[in-house]
Design a protein around this ligand. Structure first.
Ligand code: ADP
Length: 402
């Protein structure tokens, strides 16, 4: 069965085609700068253990045109990977916010679309392009099953004491203000692998997703018990451009004493803070280059970044009353041994230790980087959100309850 996974952003369409059930990726790509100048499509075909990559630059006015371009490529006489687009039996859509209405992956119906629409209030930047991707895919692939996989769904198992805020109850009951948690497909994917490696039914795992956006989850017995994000994706860890945890009084100080507008504060904390705000670049590789050149702000930002992760390891170990493994994943988690070492430094109270040679070795494999004597395992597990979405889409289309 061929399954197409779509991640539709405001001006981009990321896609990957899988052959199921063997989970082999057939091709993947990104349509970027939709509706802007210099739109591009980057397409990668996986063949005979290698990759063939090519790029098209042409005006792409909207998502419909973008998806049509992808479809034309999939069935192209020369470069195509399918004989007809009807081979695509299902499309798995990434949907960022499922509120508390979706605790699992679901086949898309009119009612599901209405609910996703009603959640736009909670995710004004993400749910509209996700919904648009669904509507466009329905038109271009009318025979395929459309499936929604929510970033928030994995965290719906959090207990109420973890997801409620200490504000008057009606703000929860009437407005849905609570912690939801994000990066669910990634936390689910890597924790499942760690869970299998540990082979222990009630394994206590902390997953640490460090990309442009970053979050951690406390996963006990395969279920998310807590996470570092809240109502939206701004809380918790230091990120590329988002501030992570701050005292709410900072917001009111800026609004009331310093003359900022709500829009400016939002922009500041979402787009101009985090690594960017502290160092001038949101990219961890730039931050590390700056550290090497002796930049003190970059050194401090790196320390704050690691310190915040350590704090949450402590908090999550406490709420799970134990810890069997921590898992590093995503761009920084997978590729920056120095950050992994900084996070694991002086954490022996938690049984966390890192073997320097294993940690420094460059690899894209799943690996264990703790010394054999370490009480807590330290894993590096490359995430694959697209595959998680593809797997869940396959299972639900086959009629499995997930
Ligand atoms: P996204 O959230 O957009 O999917 P990624 O998971 O690709 O992001 O992570 C992007 C982050 O990973 C960037 O900050 C980038 O600098 C960082 N990164 C990638 N490779 C390395 C590396 N070798 N060392 C340090 N950071 C890295």
């Amino acid at each position: 069965m061929k399954i197409l996974v779509l991640n539709s952003g405001s001006s981009s369409l990321k896609y990957q085609l899988f052959d199921m059930p063997n989970e082999s990726p057939i091709c993947s790509g990104l349509v970027d700068r939709i509706g802007l100048d210099q739109s591009t499509l980057k397409h990668k075909i996986f063949k005979d253990g290698g990759e063939e990559v090519f790029q098209i630059s042409q005006p792409i006015k909207d998502h419909e045109e973008g998806l049509q371009l992808i479809t034309d490529l999939l069935v192209d006489g020369e470069k195509g990977v399918l004989t007809s687009m009807e081979e695509v039996e299902a499309i798995g859509h990434r949907v960022v916010h499922g509120g508390d209405q979706f605790a699992s992956t679901t086949i898309i119906t009119d009612e599901v679309k209405q609910k996703i629409e009603s959640l736009i209030e909670l995710a004004p930047l993400h749910n509209p392009p996700n919904l648009l991707g669904i509507k466009v895919a329905e038109r271009i692939f009318p025979k395929a099953k459309q499936v929604a996989v929510f970033d928030t769904a994995f965290h719906q198992s959090m207990p109420e004491k973890a997801y409620r805020y200490a504000i008057p109850n009606e703000f929860y009951t009437e407005m849905g203000i609570r912690a939801y948690g994000f990066h669910g497909s990634s936390h689910q994917y890597v924790s499942k692998i760690a869970f299998e490696l540990l082979n222990k039914p009630d394994a206590k795992i902390i997953t640490i997703h460090l990309g442009n956006g970053s979050s951690m989850a406390a996963v006990k017995g395969g279920k998310s018990m807590d996470n570092t994000m809240g109502l939206g994706p701004m809380g918790g860890l230091v990120m590329g451009t988002r501030c992570g945890d701050i005292d709410p009084s900072i917001i009111f100080y800026l609004l009331n004493q310093k003359g900022f507008s709500p829009k400016e504060v939002n922009e500041l904390l979402n787009k101009k803070s985090g690594l960017l705000g502290m160092t001038g670049s949101s990219d961890m590789r730039d931050v590390k280059n700056a550290i090497e050149k002796g930049n003190k702000n970059a050194t401090l930002a790196y320390e704050i970044y690691a310190y915040r992760i350590q704090k949450y390891i402590g908090a999550f170990t406490a709420v799970m009353n134990g810890l069997d493994a921590i898992v590093f994943t995503a761009g920084i988690g997978e590729n920056d041994p120095d950050m992994r070492a900084a996070v694991c430094k002086n954490m022996d109270y938690f049984g966390i230790q890192v073997d320097n040679t294993a940690n420094q070795k460059h690899s894209s494999e799943i690996r264990e980087i703790n010394p054999s004597s370490s009480k807590t395992k330290v894993f590096v597990i490359p995430t694959n959100e697209e595959l998680e979405i593809g797997q869940q889409t396959y299972r639900i289309v086959k009629g499995e309850k997930i």
